[in-house]
Write a protein that binds this ligand. Sequence first.
Ligand SMILES: Cc1ncc(COP(=O)(O)O)c(C=O)c1O
Length: 453
Amino acid sequence: MAFDEIRSVAEKLAAEIAVGPIVPSVTPQEIRGHLAARYDFSKPLDLDEVGADVEAMLRTWQVHVTHPRYFGLFNPSVTPASIVADTLVAMYNPQLATWRTSPAANEIERHTLAWLASKFGLPAGASASFTSGGAEANLSAVIVALTRAFPSYGEHGLKHLPAPTIYVTTESHHSFNKIAHMTGLGRRAIRTIATERNLTMDLRDLARQVAEDRRRGFAPFMVVGTAGTTAAGAIDPLPELARFCRSENLWLHVDAAWGGAAILSPRLRGHLAGIEAADSITCDAHKWFSVPMGAGMFFCRHAAAVGEAFHAETSYMPGKTAGPAVDPYTASVQWSRRFIGLKLFLALAHHGESGYVEMIEHQARMGDLLRESLASAGWQIVNTTPLPLVCFTRDGLDTTKFLAALYRQQIAWMSEVRLGAGAPVLRACITSFRTTASDIEDVVGAMSRIIQG
Ligand SMILES: Cc1ncc(COP(=O)(O)O)c(C=O)c1O
């Protein structure tokens, strides 16, 4: 197959997006009117024409997350290799429920995950699977942790259990609230631990709340440490959390959905020290590994507990695969599943580890440059992280008005966020490996001009 054709189309598109607008201005009525006028599905249409129309819709009616000046919410620019991979997956349509149906795809995923698990310092027998994203990986962690801590959970649910509780911070990802709802734990099973000034978990408050819960008859079972929080890129004190969890017999889940990629970087990986002691880890390939959406990963050192949590037996599925192979539908949330892992495998194989280190460290350098340029232009930096995510403000700033001007002038996309109980501030993350020093200078210069009116 002509991979170079797909690559050259992808590279041409990336170049066009880089010089085009970033933020659309459109109403739902406009798009609905367009669709209703053209697509009642009553007769077949020419594929080229429909394809061209869909591409035009995507071009004009989306925030261009692959734009080098999209400084947004962990949605990356995507490598051409990963685009080739998703095309191949669509064509062969491998079914990853079982090993026997798709041996090649299963082993490619296993090989890729084992490599990354060893980078995290997990033992050779650890379980790992691809997920739809970070929320599913976090859900997997809660289900497996519950199954291990409360052997009756699988058969009897939460009935007769002494109110299991999970510990997060205000800065943890809010998928845990939905997970508590979905698993039947209930949203009130989530305890919110206070944070230090740098937005990392306050260990004294953790110890206090766990002790208090035990006294009141609750059953603490899991602590979530985040390695790269969504709002501010904060990294919880993982070694101390690991020690605390070990001494209290609690499951430590490290949510490294975005920050996990830093494990590849000699410059950054020290900041993730302690992750090797986690019971489970979430890491998303569709964030800082720069592959298209739909690629999360769940790692767990307790393979037997994963098997216990997701076991399934039925005669309509092909018989259990013999030997060391695992059928993914018996070791993960999903049943029928697409070949998620190829995009990470192909991108890693194509760029090599050194290529990835260069991409990740380039983005970290661009984050440092953004931080320095903003500070020199009079902005106050309000977060502390080695990762390329900057939260900032200035006296009297109206973030909503400022962002509206930024979008209107197509300067960049960034967002606003509240850290703790503070006023809204601006948040800019270097999510594209294509962002250059001149993008940063241009954006900071244009922001100063907006401020000056
Ligand atoms: C720290 C963290 N965990 C989990 C998630 C959820 O990941 P996903 O959106 O892939 O489900 C996110 C999303 O940004 C995140 O930042």
